[in-house]
Design a protein around this ligand. Structure first.
Ligand SMILES: [Zn+2]
Ligand SMILES: [Zn+2]
Length: 325
């Protein structure tokens, strides 16, 4: 707004409008300090990135999810691109209070520090963010601030920003299983599953609107069905074996690479077995392996999975919203 060039007389209203538009709110406390609207009630899961693996490109972003409960956002895994996907999904960065990491493969944590940085630099880091994950997460948070210390110190001094390192509270989950965190909206428990050569934390989210279980990356593990018992939504990683051969060939992969993929993930048919055993109400396929080969259709993913599961199957895609309750 270019009031000085408008050539018209300033009325009180035009000055008020200018002040509000310019954010000069302290001049007009009545208009400026209106109560923020109450957070919307309800819960939904948003698939932010549904491709398995760290390769960037194609129609799917790397692994990330948002569970939103009564307007508060819990981010589950932070693969490359998570911040852009959060923004695309229309999720307020300031609503992110909790981050959960399933395991330390880069496709699940490469943008962990950068997500928090991006919340901070956009002016939306007004409350602490608590992050939970396997041992090593606390080191990763500390190292991230060390890596970016020059920029952060400059912006703190130059732009008067608060110290972001104090607003990220990382917590290594060093137990095998059990309670990770609980607040007035969500109770989160973890279950360790094999994902050779690493271990992976599957998470169970109990909300007033239903239960979501997230497998993370896991080898076929019948015990996961007990952890996922009666879930309203089971989000499970998935592998299409004929596609794995094409993927290994494309990557000039060694037999060891193929062995790693097959032995540390769950084939589509086996995912159906887990969902059936768990009596999950809805199965959501995500973390597609491979996730960027267009010749593998939704119907192919679904048909493999449906061999053993006759409940609802959702073939996930980026930015898909799954309402709870
Ligand atoms: Zn992965
Ligand atoms: Zn992994």
């Amino acid at each position: 707004m270019e009031i000085s060039n408008s050539g018209r007389a300033f009325t009180r209203r035009s000055v008020l409008n200018f002040a509000l538009a310019a954010g000069a709110s302290s001049m007009f406390p009545v208009a400026a300090h209106a109560e923020a609207p109450a957070a919307p009630k309800g819960a939904k899961l948003v698939l932010l990135g549904t491709k398995g693996g760290p390769r960037v490109g194609g129609n799917r972003s790397n692994p990330a999810n948002a569970l939103i409960v009564d307007g508060v956002t819990y981010i589950i895994d932070t693969g490359m691109g998570v911040t852009a996907q959060v923004v695309k999904a229309g999720i307020d960065l300031a609503s992110i209070r909790t981050i959960l990491i399933s395991h330390m493969h880069s496709d699940h944590q490469l943008e962990f520090g950068n997500l928090v940085y991006n919340i901070w630099v956009s002016g939306a880091l007004r409350q602490p963010v608590d992050a939970y994950g396997p041992a090593g997460l606390e080191d990763m948070a500390r190292d991230f601030w060390q890596l970016n210390r020059l920029d952060v110190a400059t912006r703190m001094e130059d732009e008067g920003r608060a110290d972001p390192s104090k607003l990220l509270r990382a917590h290594d989950f060093t137990k095998k299983d059990g309670l990770v965190m609980q607040d007035e909206r969500v109770k989160v428990t973890a279950f360790t599953t094999p994902h050779p050569p690493l271990e992976n934390l599957a998470y169970r989210f109990e909300t007033p609107y239903g239960v979501v279980v997230y497998s993370g990356d896991t080898a076929y593990n019948p015990a996961l069905a007990d952890f996922a018992r009666d879930a309203d939504v089971l989000v499970h990683e998935v592998l299409y074996l004929p596609g794995v051969d094409a993927l290994v060939k494309r990557a000039n992969g060694t037999p060891a690479f193929r062995k790693h993929i097959v032995e540390s993930h769950t084939a589509a048919e086996q995912v159906g077995m887990i969902a059936a055993q768990a009596r999950a109400k809805k199965l959501v396929l995500s973390h597609f392996g491979p996730g960027d080969m267009e010749w593998i259709t939704d119907e192919m993913w679904r048909a493999e999975t449906a061999r053993h599961f006759d409940g609802e199957i959702v073939v996930g895609r980026d930015l898909l919203e799954i309402p709870l309750g």
